[in-house]
Write a protein that binds this ligand. Structure first.
Ligand SMILES: Nc1nc2c(c(=O)[nH]1)N[C@H]1C(S)=C(S)[C@@H](COP(=O)(O)OP(=O)(O)OC[C@H]3O[C@@H](n4cnc5c(N)ncnc54)[C@H](O)[C@@H]3O)O[C@H]1N2
Ligand code: MOO
Ligand SMILES: [Mg+2]
Length: 420
């Protein structure tokens, strides 16, 4: 009997390497729909259009200082002992265009950001000038040679008309918003946030507002996952947790796959008697992609597909659930929004303390980075068992500990997947 049970397909799982599983998933990812949002709403969204400069920037010759617009040639040969005096023929505040032309012997008072008048080829700042009134008006005195182009920003210094500035797939933040505003792009096409249904499975789960009961715990994974989905750019849809009941789970998964872009569950993917999500993906309601990954925590991370939509059945253990979401759910969300680099950024650095735990699988150890004299160190964040929740909050990276017979030593070079 025991042998029969242990020959059961749920125990025979083929462990895929993380990158193999990730590329398998990527075949089911296609960029989603786009929507128009206002410039103000676009922060944090993923751009879905190409932005080229509709005009050069700046689009007029701009003064970089408060001072006088002059002709450089007029200042040739002047010195401390030999001032030159120029007739001031106009005053140009920002936003106005002078109708005067600067001819030899003349200058215009000009403010920072104003259009430099015709004929002028340089601006001299107030501090380098002296002013005198004579019967014809003001004259400005200079004691130094001012080269052509001084304090004058030429047309198109930053961008020429037609230049490609932003490509689809980038995340919009302050710098990109500044570009969009500059070019008058007040509505912008972004990828719609994928709507990700999340529900936990487990007869031990209480909702967060319920008092504790013996043997039961509050459902933290649902909220943790929702937060991870937001960080990835998706829109979480929290569904009620369910008991460990296979037919209920099947019904719920089907409904959620139909209504949302992706479904993420937590719990019930191992080999326990009530691990219903494991049974579900092996059944014929969905097509299982994998149910074991050569990693820890999260070795039982499972994925399936139905009608082109992905179901991620993550481990119930909070640490494993967290890692499974970062390595598989996050890149799927990012990929649906056209991100060309959807995976966590990899850094290399130095391990800051010994790490002795060994495994046949790659370990993703919760860690905190520190910069010491310009070098990145990664410190393991205390206990990182897959069932431990508390150190997730103390981590800004996952330290990648390759499989092997001995652990790693303080001072060893390590790779880190950055969480923030
Ligand atoms: N005989 C074996 N037992 C286990 C194995 C194994 O290979 N052979 N693998 C272990 C590993 S590794 C992991 S990881 C877990 C995976 O368990 P499940 O994904 O089946 O998750 P559950 O059994 O439902 O729960 C595990 C643990 O997590 C708690 N949990 C569940 N849901 C939530 C939630 N929403 N919020 C907070 N905590 C949750 C649950 O109460 C359990 O304590 O299996 C090992 N066993
Ligand atoms: O699958 Mo468990 O999370 O490896 O530790
Ligand atoms: Mg279980």
């Amino acid at each position: 009997m025991a042998d029969d049970i242990h020959n059961n397909s749920k125990f025979k799982r083929k462990a895929l390497q993380v990158n193999v599983a990730q590329s398998m998933i990527s075949q089911y990812i296609s960029v989603g729909e786009t929507e128009m949002v206002t410039l103000q709403e676009s922060h944090g969204r993923t751009l879905a259009q190409e932005i080229s400069a509709p005009h050069p920037y700046p689009h007029f010759r701009r003064s970089g200082m408060d001072g006088y617009a002059i002709r450089s040639a007029d200042t040739e040969g002047c010195s401390n002992d030999q001032s030159i005096w120029l007739q001031v023929i106009d005053e140009i505040p920002c936003g106005t265009v002078s109708d005067k032309t600067i001819i030899p012997g003349t200058a215009a008072r000009i403010m920072t950001g104003a259009q430099v008048p015709e004929g002028a080829d340089a601006v001299v700042m107030f501090e380098m000038t002296e002013i005198r009134e004579d019967e014809g008006g003001s004259v400005v005195g200079l004691k130094r040679y001012i080269e052509i182009g001084k304090n004058l920003t030429p047309i198109g210094l930053e961008l020429q008309a037609g230049e490609l500035i932003l490509s689809p797939g980038i995340t919009i933040s302050a710098g990109e918003i500044s570009v969009l505003a500059t070019f008058g792009i007040h509505h912008v096409a972004v990828y719609r946030r994928p709507r990700v249904a999340i529900f936990s499975t487990g007869s031990e789960l209480l909702s967060v507002d319920e008092p504790l009961q013996p043997g039961k715990i509050r459902n933290s994974n649902t909220y943790m996952l929702a937060s991870q989905v937001i960080e990835a750019g998706g829109e979480p849809v929290i569904l009620d947790a369910i008991m460990d009941d296979l037919s209920l789970a099947r019904e719920k998964v089907e409904e959620a796959l139909h209504a949302y872009d992706m479904v993420v569950t937590s719990g019930g993917v191992s080999v326990g008697d009530f691990d219903i999500m494991g049974d579900l993906v092996r059944g014929d309601s969905v097509e299982m992609l994998y149910n074991k990954i050569a990693m820890r925590p999260g070795s039982v991370t499972t994925a399936a597909v139905k009608d082109g939509k992905l179901l991620f059945a993550l481990s119930g253990n909070p640490g494993a659930c967290f890692v499974g979401c970062e390595l598989f759910v996050r890149p799927s969300i990012r990929g649906m929004m056209g991100d060309q680099k959807p995976y966590l950024t990899e850094w290399s650095g130095i391990l800051g303390a010994d790490y002795s735990k060994v495994n046949n699988f790659t370990r993703y150890v919760r860690g905190k980075t520190e910069i010491r004299e310009g070098v990145v160190y990664a410190m393991p964040s205390g206990i990182d068992e897959s069932g431990v929740m508390i150190t997730i909050k103390d981590s800004d990276c996952l330290i990648v500990v390759p499989p092997g017979q001995q652990g790693m030593k303080s001072g060893d070079k390590v790779q880190m997947l950055m969480l923030r």
